[in-house]
Design a protein around this ligand. Sequence first.
Ligand code: GLN
Length: 436
Amino acid sequence: MGCFLLMAYLDSTRHDHEGTLTSLDMQVGIMRKGPSTRASGFTESVIREMTRLCQAYGAVNLAQGFPDFDPPVSIKRAAATAISKGYNQYSTTYGAMGLRKAIARKVKSYNHIDCNVDEITVTCGTTEGMIASELALLDRGDEVVIFEPFYENYGPDAILSGAKCRYVRLREPDFKIEAETLKQAFNHKTKAVIINTPHNPTGRVLTSQELGLVRDLCQDYDSYAITDEIYEHIMYDGHKHVSIGSLPGMEDRTITISGFSKTYSVTGWRVGYVVAPKSLTSAIRKVHDFLTVCAPTPLQEACTAALQLPESYYEQLRENYRKGREMLVESLKNAGFGVFKPEGAYYVWTTTDDTGFEDDRKLALHLITKIRVGGVPGSSFFHNPSHGRLRFRFSFSKKPETIRRAIKRLERFSPKHPATRPDHRLPCRLAMTAGS
Ligand code: GLN
């Protein structure tokens, strides 16, 4: 009876419907209300974590895909000029008119998508473009098709917007979209498919034929394509970029997202954009407005200047990255990695079966702490981490001398080298889960 009364008393002191906080907890100051279920549904970015570790251990950062060189002088000047000329307050929330006009011209000529300034939203990078689009398009219960391996933001983006992910494997060694496998992922709940070409992490550049398969299914199931084309100018060996939004029948079904970060080496500026049919654009603009109000005003001016750069700029960019690719691919092969030579973007996706490491996280820690070269554990590109335990990503978005420094260090990476012994002193969150 006493016990029953005590339980009744405790029950009566619980907060609202949460049923978690007792008067006893309040007296001793225990906070039982934690982060949202939403935020608990995913982990922090492994890519950004690798950068922090590289900084802590003085490792060459081939993990996070950002250049360690400056953008063209002309656009740096344009940014400085914009600040001194007074472009320092909010812009129109969905983007400065001059920039939207320049984007509309570029999207017509480069992506072959007919769009006007009312169909463009300038965002804080492609990252915000993706999440704003998903929040504007998806409801709880909707399904989203994601090709796997995938850039790690896509998982949390879907969780934040309440949608359920269906993963479709891009199979090695070609990473081609297979009609039958894709078809199985679509059903009447499929609201959108996420496209990313050139692809992070595999470097695949999707063809019109593959994108045509996606288009057919989008039409059959009344679905949208949300396409991340941030690497659209970075391709090798004659591969050409195709935007799914340019395919007949996709005009009203595509949200095309790109940005300035990779093409103009300004990843810290955070300027991107979303091109979508007008009805969707108004929803995307509302979400964008309440998320961030606007992208940085002076940098929007500088991005307008970037869009005036001549064709030779893009050719040089590709040529520089092509050289970096050759250097890194060769070195990784020599170090015992299996390499998928990328067709585009600036990552090398590798297999690690012959490195002596069976766990990508232990390999990451070893590379950073002992060899002092950073990369990204393959598991962070899969919804089931075990699928990526023998995969690893390196970026070559660096100066030639930085790549050379990494290559020199990688010469010490060999299963036979004394430096290559797993380190079990575990310095971070990743390390705490390594081996679990
Ligand atoms: N897209 C880059 C990568 O995959 C950078 C990611 C980021 O940290 N925003 O490494």
